[in-house]
Ligand binder design. Sequence first.
Ligand SMILES: Nc1ncnc2c1ncn2[C@@H]1O[C@H](COP(=O)(O)OP(=O)(O)O)[C@@H](O)[C@H]1O
Ligand SMILES: [Mg+2]
Length: 316
Amino acid sequence: MPPTSPFADTFLRSGKVRDLYAVGEDRLLLVASDRLSAFDVVLPTPIPDKGRVLTGVSRFWFEKTADLVPNHLVGVAPEDIPGGGPGAGGGPVEAAAADELRGRMMLCRRVEPLPIEVIVRGYLAGSGWKDYGRTGAVCGIPLPSGLRESDRLPEPLFTPSTKAEEGHDENISIDEAAELVGRDVVERVAHLAIALYRRGAEIAEPAGVILADTKFEFGIDPATGELLLIDEVMTPDSSRFWDAADYAPGRSQASFDKQYVRDWLETQAWDKTPPGPELPADVVSGTRARYVEAFERITGASFQRYLDDDTIGAST
Ligand SMILES: Nc1ncnc2c1ncn2[C@@H]1O[C@H](COP(=O)(O)OP(=O)(O)O)[C@@H](O)[C@H]1O
Ligand SMILES: [Mg+2]
């Protein structure tokens, strides 16, 4: 895994899925790998091109939402990296490394991320459903009684959480979020996040994909003070996508992208602690097909075409 040779000296860190590199003083290179995490464990077997699905979907949304909020994206091709690459001496990225980056990289403005996760929920699932069961509210927002698991909410809700370095993020009230980032900033991101979610749901639903909930991140550009949408946007990794054809409230819903691999994992004698089991070839190809289908339904574009021409959708 990272750091790979041309970027070793500028490698910052690896998330579960993405690798981060500094480019100069004010740019960040985000590279989405093919790693898949299930039940919070990164599996040893990659899903080919999953990272390209994530990046392609994010790029699509950055373009579709640029009128709502400025974002961090400044380049999508290895050629966009200043000096040809972040390696020592600024030499051109080696051809093999450039090919590996194509379709999975985002060159971004490097900002100060806000220390909250900006979550929007359109449906009652996951920790929102748990909170509701305990308190009748989500993040302190009271909801009508009698809602079922996976029910559509009367209005999409902004439900912030902490950004835990270790362990799990915790849902917090809007007042607690205001203590972390300031009241005016919370109000701005809440308003933007709901507008972004509505835009996403409006585009995904006619394609048979329910965007049940999603997590945004925002940051402040230290040079300009501007508030930017950062990170990945409305991808399978940052969202709950459901297949509209299978949707039925009153139970949990299958994940559009991960259910195939989760179902297989449930058949294994595995205690859900690392390391996870190697995936057999048919589970890899079945899972890849679901990611590709999510890409194609959401963007309305051919994934093969995206692989062949990574400049598609580069015009942000
Ligand atoms: N433009 C940006 N400037 C600074 N940090 C960013 C920017 N975009 C994303 N990030 C940060 O990059 C990190 C991605 O790492 P992480 O979430 O751990 O990766 P993964 O989601 O792949 O597991 C997050 O902490 C996010 O806040
Ligand atoms: Mg993340």
